[in-house]
Design a protein around this ligand. Structure first.
Ligand SMILES: Cc1cc2nc3c(=O)[nH]c(=O)nc-3n(C[C@H](O)[C@H](O)[C@H](O)COP(=O)(O)OP(=O)(O)OC[C@H]3O[C@@H](n4cnc5c(N)ncnc54)[C@H](O)[C@@H]3O)c2cc1C
Length: 398
């Protein structure tokens, strides 16, 4: 591996999540050294399940970790939406050969740790990447010719530039944009895991089961060789005063899913405890960069999870940003502007599209019937045409 960096001082990356690690790896593959500053005591990924759409898999392939990421992932055979009121199938999109030919990759579901672990392994093996844990970034200042980054423990790190990949509560964003905390979107999610031996055989499927109910939806799918199922139940609510995350017992959860046929309730009755999260987001912005500092992933464009694209967008950001730094021969201020120009409309479209899914996923009454009629008789190719803008690999993913 070539250990002579093209940049004299490293590019600092705040946050070692999927976005931050992908950014470090993408930069290293172009010969640029970086230092990843992660606040946690260890590098790792919270949460269990992750849907990895073909556009995300194409980035992982381009970063050389596609095989490792897919090793323990389940390549799913279809995407479905079921009407939780009637039990009828609303959407059925085959994800087999024709899907793969169209988008260059399958659709996978995976354990978050497996995707993060594939990136982490590759970062650890690269001489141009330094990984530092226990390093919470508090703030930064532009100090020509680079940036000075203040860490929680009082240390200052000097770097050529700074990429804020520090998630939805980004401190780097506070300095660049100062636009306050992300706001509750008006929904909460109850998450749980179910061991496969507790999941009735007739409810086990080799693809995500998505039940759309009136004012709520649930989704569950197997991860880790089908040994465990990841379950998320989202409820539209005005209770934005709730704590951001807390454990809740099952008797609290079930009444939040009214008007349902029997099957989704059978799944919801299995977990012995749930963790409840308030879902937050931000509206798209027109700028997220300032000279040698920029944002990436949830720090730049946090979105609701309704089209399962947040991590995918962070991965695309990473490869786009590194490509821009390469093309600008290490001039980060110029490169960050190019990167932002290339990414802002796409990520805003995904943010807004995710929000619009709220209406489809949680429709009630006649709106529910309209939703179902919209999808009636749609062929796989017609679905693929509508998904092409999202799933087709972008020119800079190579
Ligand atoms: C319920 C739910 C389901 C989802 N499902 C999917 C899905 O199926 N598919 C998909 O593509 N996306 C999904 N997403 C979105 C996805 O999880 C995020 O978009 C993605 O993890 C963003 O990655 P990131 O690296 O930008 O941020 P994060 O994953 O949040 O990583 C940020 C990292 O920065 C660290 N950090 C934070 N602050 C600091 C600081 N000040 N200094 C240093 N380090 C810091 C954190 O510890 C963390 O390691 C889902 C989100 C939710 C809420």
């Amino acid at each position: 591996m070539n250990a002579t960096p093209r940049n004299a001082a490293p590019i600092a990356i705040a946050g070692g999540g999927i976005g931050g690690l992908a950014c470090a790896l993408a930069l290293a593959r172009h010969g640029f050294q970086s230092i990843v500053l992660e606040q946690a005591a260890e590098f790792g990924e919270a949460g269990v399940g992750l849907q990895v759409a073909p556009n995300a898999l194409s980035v992982l392939d381009a970063l050389g970790v596609g095989e490792a990421a897919k090793k323990n992932a389940l390549l799913i055979e279809r995407l479905v939406m079921m009407d939780a009121v009637t039990g009828a199938e609303v959407v059925n999109i085959p994800c087999g050969r024709r899907f793969i030919e169209r988008f260059g990759n399958p659709y996978a579901v995976a354990h978050r740790a497996d995707i993060h672990g594939a990136l982490l392994g590759a970062c650890r093996a690269h001489d141009l990447i330094a990984l530092r844990n226990d390093c919470r970034v508090l703030d930064f200042a532009v100090e020509e010719p680079g940036v000075s980054i203040a860490l929680r423990q009082g240390e200052c790190v000097a770097a050529q530039a700074l990429v804020g990949a520090d998630g939805i509560y980004s401190n780097v964003r506070k300095r660049i944009l100062g636009d306050g905390d992300p706001v509750p979107v008006g929904a909460i999610i109850y998450r749980a895991t179910i061991p496969a031996d507790e999941m009735p055989k007739d409810l086990q499927h080799s693809y995500p089961m998505f039940w759309a109910g009136p004012g709520w939806h649930i989704i569950y799918y197997p991860v880790r060789d089908g040994t465990v199922f990841n379950l998320g139940g989202t409820v539209v609510t005005s209770q934005t005063w709730l704590n951001d995350a807390e454990d809740v017992p099952p008797h609290h959860v079930l009444p939040q899913f009214p008007g349902s046929c029997a099957t989704p309730l059978r799944v919801l009755r299995i977990p012995k405890r749930f963790r409840r999260y308030v879902i937050r987001h931000r509206e798209p912005v027109e700028n997220w960069s300032a000279g040698p500092a920029t944002l990436l992933g949830d720090a730049a464009h946090p979105m609701v999870q309704y089209i399962a694209q947040g991590a995918a967008m962070a991965l695309e950001d990473a490869i786009c940003l590194a490509g821009a730094v390469h093309e600008q021969d290490g001039d980060c201020a110029k490169a960050f502007q190019r990167y932002q120009d290339a990414r802002i409309v796409r990520t805003a479209r995904v943010q807004l599209s995710s929000l619009m899914m709220d209406r489809l996923n949680h429709a009630k009454g006649v709106e529910r019937k309209v939703r179902n009629s919209l999808f009636e008789g749609r062929t796989p190719e017609e679905f693929y045409d509508r998904l092409a803008w999202l799933y087709t690999p972008l020119p800079y993913v190579k």
